[in-house]
Design a protein around this ligand. Structure first.
Ligand SMILES: [Zn+2]
Length: 176
């Protein structure tokens, strides 16, 4: 046994001590268990339709807020990105297409699932795919179909919308 020699491991060489690799103990903490609260933003300028939509979603576990037009919606999204966006197309100041374009162009919001609800579109409108719309609902749309679409999008979560992506191709819901 070599006397007087001791192995030394400087802390700085210990990979487990790297400050960037610290793990939070949250996984074992029962209080941190998944509580799924889905935040839905509804962009709708029509007061009556907005009221109907909000009333419908308030009976669910969704946390819902409303924007009165595209400008208002974009401000809300930049402040705090929702989990799902449900937007009308015909709105003052900024319409739904311009809103979707802005949302998809910003990396902080690019992958948010987006559903469109509109009376001006036909189900096969090519702009839905071009702009990266995940679900297209045509007014009037039965409540259960709106709910079903939003629930599917919430379950799907954020996902990319590049041209090569087919992640949400199956979700272009067309009401009967
Ligand atoms: Zn999508």
């Amino acid at each position: 046994m070599p006397a007087g020699r001791r192995r030394r491991r400087p802390h700085s060489d210990d990979p487990g001590r790297s400050p960037g690799l610290r793990r939070e103990p949250a996984a074992d903490d029962p209080d941190s268990r998944e509580v799924v609260v889905t935040v839905l933003l509804v962009a709708e300028d029509d007061e009556d339709i907005a009221a109907l939509l909000l009333r419908m979603f308030r009976k669910t576990t969704f946390t819902v807020s409303r924007a009165v037009d595209g400008v208002d919606a974009l401000r809300a999204i930049r402040e705090s990105p929702p989990d799902v966006l449900l937007t009308d197309i015909g709105m003052p100041r900024m319409d739904g297409w311009a809103l979707i374009h802005e949302v998809r162009a910003d990396e902080r919001s690019a992958e948010i699932p987006i559903a469109v609800i509109s009376g001006q579109l036909h189900p096969g409108d090519p702009r839905a795919a071009e702009y990266g719309v995940c679900a297209l609902l045509t007014k009037p749309c039965p409540n259960e179909q709106v709910l079903n679409a939003i629930e599917q999008l919430a379950a799907l979560g954020r996902h990319p919308h590049s041209v090569a992506t087919i992640a949400c191709r199956g979700l272009h819901l067309i009401p009967a």
